[in-house]
Ligand binder design. Structure first.
Ligand code: COA
Length: 215
């Protein structure tokens, strides 16, 4: 049975994850950049697939949502972790299939999801953390009124040659070596219900302006 669409924005809709999503998810091409390799979940064995499904389908302290494009294809996933049902807060994760990045789908998916989170789920605050070099994600969050609340260093587990390979020269400033380990600077951000409402007003104003221009 098709899962109910929870919210739509532009070309995308979001819904809860379902078991049958695995079929499409397996076909996603892997991310080639070593910085995003952690998103290439191993899904070749039965155990790996069941583990992947377990966190997404069964309530394991997290919630997973599927992002569909205008052709009803699975193009991304959104997760909530560190869910505090009493304080109405949680931590966001989002990623798209690699070839759909940079086309505005992320913005639409997040707009739809924020509507669901703040209006339907009645949450108060959304937290997230983002690698300081991830300009695309950072730009997206800032334009949706997320505010900066701090930063921290996280060990970079991949063997990416950040300090020696010239491909990484532009983002090197966001990394450091500490006791032989490579660490990456992460930024903590949050979006409150009040700032979400401000952002909603901005979106409405922009939509009105677009309509007027089209008339
Ligand atoms: C982060 C992610 C969800 C953003 O979605 P997206 O569809 O690729 O992004 P959009 O096309 O909506 O663009 C978002 C903003 O980044 C800008 N942008 C696009 N490509 C960019 C690039 N290469 N460098 C810098 N900014 C860029 C866009 O112009 C847009 O800003 P604007 O609205 O002010 O013009 C998606 O790129 C992704 O899944 N990335 C891999 C996983 C990841 O990084 N997840 C986030 C971890 S915190």
């Amino acid at each position: 049975m098709a899962a109910k669409s929870l919210r739509r924005a532009g070309r995308v809709s979001i819904r809860r994850f379902r078991r049958s999503d695995l079929k499409e998810r397996i076909r996603w091409p892997p991310y080639t950049s070593p910085l995003y390799r952690h998103l290439n979940y191993p899904l070749s064995t039965f155990i790996e697939r069941e583990r992947w499904l377990f966190t997404r389908i069964t309530n394991a302290g997290r919630m997973y949502f599927a992002v569909e494009d205008e052709h009803c294809a699975l193009i991304g996933e959104i997760s909530l972790r560190e869910i505090n049902a009493r304080a109405r807060t949680s931590r966001l994760g989002i990623h798209l299939v690699s070839h759909k990045r940079g086309c505005g789908y992320g913005r639409e998916a997040l707009e739809a999801f924020l509507d669901h989170y703040f209006q339907d789920m009645r949450y108060e605050i959304m937290f997230l953390d983002v690698a300081a070099y991830n300009m695309r994600a950072l730009r997206l969050y800032e334009s949706l009124c997320f505010e900066h609340i701090g930063s921290f260093w996280r060990i970079e587990n991949s063997d990416t040659p950040i300090f020696t390979d010239e491909r990484f020269a532009d983002i090197r400033e966001h990394f450091r070596k500490d006791r032989g380990l490579t660490e990456c600077r992460f930024l903590d951000m949050r979006l409150s219900r009040r700032d979400y409402q401000r952002q909603m007003l901005e979106r409405r104003r922009a939509a009105l302006a677009r309509e007027r221009k089209a008339d």
